[in-house]
Ligand binder design. Structure first.
Ligand SMILES: [Zn+2]
Ligand SMILES: [Zn+2]
Length: 298
């Protein structure tokens, strides 16, 4: 299930600043109980979503009417960020328990009297850092559109064909996270890899733009001049990587012209992505020039 929250960076403290967007209740009351959704308390997290004070219809999660709770639920949390105003996935619980009614916290809980609907083990609670919340949740674009998350904060995307692609992307994100959690791969390498595969997927879906870029720029690296066909012969014919000049913040970004891209050899391409904000072509060329200067003798 998909739950809309207010935007926060940590969801770990009652005083954390939030962005409520057009969610009227939290804005008016400065009350957003979801601010503690990722706060660990004795190995567990407890979650809230604004549900207009109503009980949860657990039948939508496969329970019988008489059940008080359902377990084994994946809860995807999303929120609108202040800058782009897009609805983005901020994190999720695996294997969570969803209660029919609001639950009162135990005495002495960090929650005080903040009630909750969800419970999960802390190791099953995955919060995405604010700068890496790339997955955008589809919303209606016209008032006549049907079958999108609307004003309500709780939505069941699996029932809805509009969310098929979103759920596939979420699966990728989740698998990435499980891989990341399972061993100690270098984080920056991992993020580079993610960016690269996102870019590759994008261009695989947009062959026309790739073709146009090759015609416009040729197939030699714009930064270092490397040409695959010259170096490797026939097998390198027509090969060059296309790089998206802006960051691939999400899959919705539409590139229209060759002005939005550069062509780079594989080495240069990896280098521009060594920084969270990719180096520009001019910056990379300056680095190469700097490196090739004859060193002055001391
Ligand atoms: Zn190059
Ligand atoms: Zn790139």
């Amino acid at each position: 299930m998909l739950c809309r929250l207010v935007w926060a960076e940590e969801y770990k403290s009652k005083d954390e600043p939030i962005f409520a967007g057009n969610m009227k209740y939290p804005a008016a009351h400065d009350l957003a109980l979801e601010r503690l959704n990722f706060a660990d308390e004795n190995g567990a997290v407890r979650g809230f979503v604004e549900n207009r004070g109503q009980n949860f219809d657990l039948r939508k999660l496969g329970a019988r009417e008489s059940n008080d709770a359902v377990s084994g639920v994946t809860i995807i949390f999303c929120a609108v960020d202040e800058r782009s105003r897009k609805l983005r996935v901020v994190g999720w619980y695996e294997n969570a328990t969803v209660y029919h009614k609001l639950q009162k916290p135990k005495k002495g809980s960090i929650r005080g009297n903040w009630e909750y609907y969800f419970e999960a083990s802390s190791k099953d609670a995955h919060l995405i850092p604010g700068t890496a919340r790339d997955l955008v949740v589809p919303r209606k674009t016209r008032t006549t559109d049907k079958g999108f998350i609307g004003q309500r904060c709780v939505f069941y995307p699996a029932d809805n064909p509009n969310y098929e692609r979103f759920l596939k992307s979420f699966e990728l994100l989740r698998n990435d996270e499980l891989v990341r959690g399972s061993d100690d791969i270098d984080q920056s390498e991992f993020q580079e890899g993610q960016r690269a595969s996102r870019e590759t997927r994008y261009f695989a879906r947009n062959p026309k733009l790739v073709k146009a870029a090759k015609i416009h720029y040729g197939t030699s690296c714009l930064a270092c001049g490397f040409n695959f066909a010259e170096f490797y012969g026939d097998i390198g014919e027509e090969f060059i990587e296309v790089h998206h000049k802006r960051q691939m913040a999400d899959d919705k970004v539409r590139l229209k012209t060759v002005a939005d891209v550069d062509v780079l050899c594989a080495n240069c391409h990896r280098m521009v992505h060594r920084r969270a904000v990719p180096l520009t072509l001019a910056e990379l060329k300056a680095l190469i020039r700097e490196q090739q200067k004859p060193r002055k003798r001391a």
